[in-house]
Design a protein around this ligand. Structure first.
Ligand code: C2E
Ligand code: MG
Ligand code: MG
Ligand code: MG
Length: 282
């Protein structure tokens, strides 16, 4: 294409030729730099997990979602919306995912030491590449054994796109994990292409209503109708429902009225250090 014709650029004082427009070249370079920094962070630190509280209908803390955070020495805080897709494209998501699971299980082991926190569940996001590893089940089994934690307290958050890549394979792996005691939540629910037929084949425990439906719940009657439909469907399939992105008391009140089982969002707490959950417990 004409617009992808060679662009001349002045680099290091001499004429060089590139197949990309200068902006595109820059984007590629900054992406490569970020990838390198992320690789370093895995070795040298700068990564941690933030924990966001999840509460039940009676406002009791039932657990948390682990959300990965990265502060680079040069780039500063980098959003997961930037580095997770980058990690997925480069394959770094595999060591990164292992690191997250290890940290999450270490946290569960820590909580197990105190009666007040011993029953908290921890939800961990799992990316497609990670789940598709042939030895994913063995990896989960290993990390659980390494930290001697109760598998019943570990919940994996999967997405519809991940599961629909190969439903038979996904169902097989999920059954194996389920047998270990692991539970599953279907993240960002409503934004993908789930059908009842698929949902029925998968041993899910929970649907997580995407925050895009919660955001305009009070202003947009079709969002409220979608939430009603999700709750009705979940009931008939015997699934729990958690709403994410709950920011206002009005959203919470309506979701309660609609029959939602659990809630997560800024209204109840932002993602933060695990010590922050202690105040939520009080
Ligand atoms: P997600 O799993 O759907 O996580 C929910 C996102 O919504 C989080 O963004 C959270 O901080 C944000 N959030 C929570 N409550 C509210 C609220 O009340 N209002 C609003 N506006 N936002 C809220 P975050 O931490 O930036 O993570 C973004 C995405 O990155 C996550 O979406 C998840 O897909 C991915 N991610 C994060 N940590 C990991 C990880 O360890 N592994 C993998 N594979 N993905 C991760
Ligand atoms: Mg999630
Ligand atoms: Mg989500
Ligand atoms: Mg999301």
């Amino acid at each position: 294409r004409a617009d992808l014709a060679m662009y001349q650029s002045k680099a290091s004082g001499r004429d060089t030729w590139s197949f990309f427009a200068p902006e595109m070249q820059q984007a590629l370079e900054s992406r490569a730099r970020l990838e390198e920094r992320l690789r370093l962070a895995l070795q040298d630190g700068g990564l941690w997990l933030a924990y966001q509280p999840q509460i039940d209908r009676t406002r009791h803390l039932i657990g948390a979602e682990a959300l990965l955070r990265w502060k680079d020495g040069v780039e500063g805080m980098v959003s997961p919306a930037v580095f997770i897709p980058l990690a997925e494209e480069t394959g770094l998501i595999l060591p990164l995912g292992d690191w997250v699971l290890d940290q999450a299980c270490a946290q569960l082991a820590e909580w197990a030491k105190t009666p007040e926190t011993a029953k908290l569940t921890l939800a961990v996001n799992v990316s497609a590449h990670q789940f598709q590893q042939p030895d994913f089940v063995a990896r989960i089994r290993d990390v659980i054994a390494r930290h001697s934690i109760s598998p019943n307290l570990l919940k994996l958050e999967l997405t519809e796109t991940l599961l629909l890549k190969d439903v038979t394979e996904a169902a097989y792996k999920m059954e194996a994990l389920k047998a270990l005691g692991i539970s599953f939540s279907l993240d960002d629910f409503g934004t993908g292409y789930s059908s009842l037929a698929y949902l029925k084949r998968l041993p899910l425990d929970q649907l997580k209503i995407d925050q895009s439906f919660v955001r305009d719940l009070l202003e947009d009657s079709s969002d409220a109708a979608i939430v009603d439909a999700i709750l009705a469907m979940a009931r008939s399939l015997g699934l729990q429902v958690i709403a994410e992105g709950v920011e206002t008391t009005a959203q919470h009140a309506l979701l309660l009225k609609q029959g939602c089982n659990a809630f997560q969002g800024y209204l109840f707490g932002r993602p933060g250090p695990s010590s922050q959950l202690d105040s939520a417990l009080a």
